[in-house]
Design a protein around this ligand. Structure first.
Ligand SMILES: N[C@@H](CCC(=O)N[C@@H](CS)C(=O)NCC(=O)O)C(=O)O
Length: 204
């Protein structure tokens, strides 16, 4: 296996943390997305959607999309379990994973794409008002997450799962691009962030 990776990008980090939680060390190759390397004809032959991460399998085929790669790794290496054991737990984790990705990650990404100078040359047109709108939505979403974390240790329940990985990566990416600031009055979110960001896998 080989992971096409870019250390500074959030989606590949989701896979890196997932693999680190399972104790896996996957050889990787850096693809500089900032200089457009994930959009060259050679790379599009590997992943026609463009973008990272991509996992090259031992049969020389390719898997893209971080959640799909995570599912593949979980099936090959079931422990520690990060995607749920029975029907209810799997569905609950998926519910929180999708909420985190669609309501937080995508907003942070859009705030970055439309508001950050690093993205200026990479989108056809930056719409600053849209970035501002997404920043406001991020603030609301974080307040909501803080409420949801009351009475439970992790995003999807009593144990660490893929939903925590997606939330951690999103928050770190948001801080990096200044679309997101954690409010010190959000005690539950701060408690959760402290716990997950100190796991060894967070360094991945
Ligand atoms: N939905 C995809 C996101 C893929 C994606 O957009 N990756 C970004 C990095 S976070 C990328 O490679 N962007 C550069 C490009 O698309 O050219 C996933 O979860 O894997």
């Amino acid at each position: 296996m080989k992971l096409y990776d870019f250390t500074r990008a959030p989606s590949p980090r989701r896979v890196r943390i997932f693999a680190a939680e399972k104790g896996l060390s996957i050889p990787s190759e850096q693809v500089d997305i900032l200089s457009g390397k994930a959009r060259t004809p050679e790379f599009l032959a590997i992943n026609p959607a463009g973008g990272l991460p991509v996992l090259q399998l031992d049969d020389a085929s390719y898997l893209a999309e971080s959640d799909a790669i995570a599912l593949y790794l979980e099936r090959l290496h079931p422990e520690p379990n990060l995607l749920g054991r029975d029907a209810k737990e799997q569905a609950t984790i998926l519910m929180w994973e999708r909420r985190t990705e669609l309501n937080l990650y995508v907003r942070v990404l859009h705030a970055f794409q439309h508001g950050h100078p690093l993205s200026a040359a990479r989108v056809k047109k930056q719409i600053k008002e849209y970035a501002e709108f997404q920043r406001d939505a991020i603030v609301e979403q974080l307040a909501w997450m803080n409420e949801q974390l009351k009475g439970r240790l992790f995003v999807a329940g009593p144990r660490f799962t893929i939903a925590d990985i997606t939330a951690l990566v999103t928050i770190d990416f948001g801080r990096l691009v200044e679309a997101l600031k954690l409010d010190p009055s959000h005690k539950e979110l701060a408690r959760w962030y402290e716990a997950v960001s100190h796991r060894p896998s967070a360094a991945a």
